[in-house]
Design a protein around this ligand. Sequence first.
Ligand code: ADP
Ligand code: MG
Length: 262
Amino acid sequence: MTRPAIELRGVRYAYRRSEVLQGVDTRVAAGEVVALIGPNGSGKSTLLKCITGILRPRHGHITIAGEPVKGQRQARIARSLSYVAQTTDAVYPLTVLESVLLGLRRASWRHDPADLARAEAVLQRLGMADLAQSPLTEISGGQRQKAAIARALVRQTPFLLLDEPTNHLDMKHKRDAIEILTECAREQGQGVLVVLHDINIAVQLADRIVLLRDGRVMADGPPQAVIDTPTLRAAYDVDVHVVEHQRAPFVAGYQLQERGRG
Ligand code: ADP
Ligand code: MG
């Protein structure tokens, strides 16, 4: 039996006339971590929004565990997946714990003890237990980012979509967030699709890397099959160097300016 998956076939999307997604095929299976990488403007956020049903593709098919996204009500899609949007700057007058409980979106303001325990456990796991009662307005950008991740994790949906969730995080918090995403896949069988800019993190985290450029999939496969010097040079237009480190590809650096000038 094949595992349930999010599947995309021939997905095309245009905000106005020019196509931002030009026929994307890929999949994210239960228990798998897929990192979506690619230059700014390559269509990563747009792709996630098409999967959530926020945007409707012009052509192509998206299914979640065999059910087409098209025509499904948002409430139904939300039972299958949790989504952390790229910008989490919106700040509400809530405490961290209240914002995490919001992820459960019960039709009641009274949270039962099981919900509270779940929310507190997620905060604990993210090393944020001591901030539970802090107002979102009084914590750092990185901590707010983690609160947004917690809000998605507490829902325990089959799939998790995260758009640059590690952006404001320092090295330690990045590592923590990544460990948690790995656990979500390994221990709870969630299918995780995460947009990342840090390719070295993508290599360590992901079972598969999907490289998007100009709305097309340029490469899709295990990290060692996707991440190499010529592919990254072509994708990002920089003089990047990929080396081998601990038997995995590692972006060692790139030139900020041409050498030997002047
Ligand atoms: P990425 O997340 O890979 O940086 P996006 O999916 O956000 O890329 O954007 C892809 C392209 O679509 C960009 O050229 C961007 O300018 C354009 N775009 C994104 N959002 C909108 C929008 N709401 N209206 C019009 N164009 C948009
Ligand atoms: Mg984006």
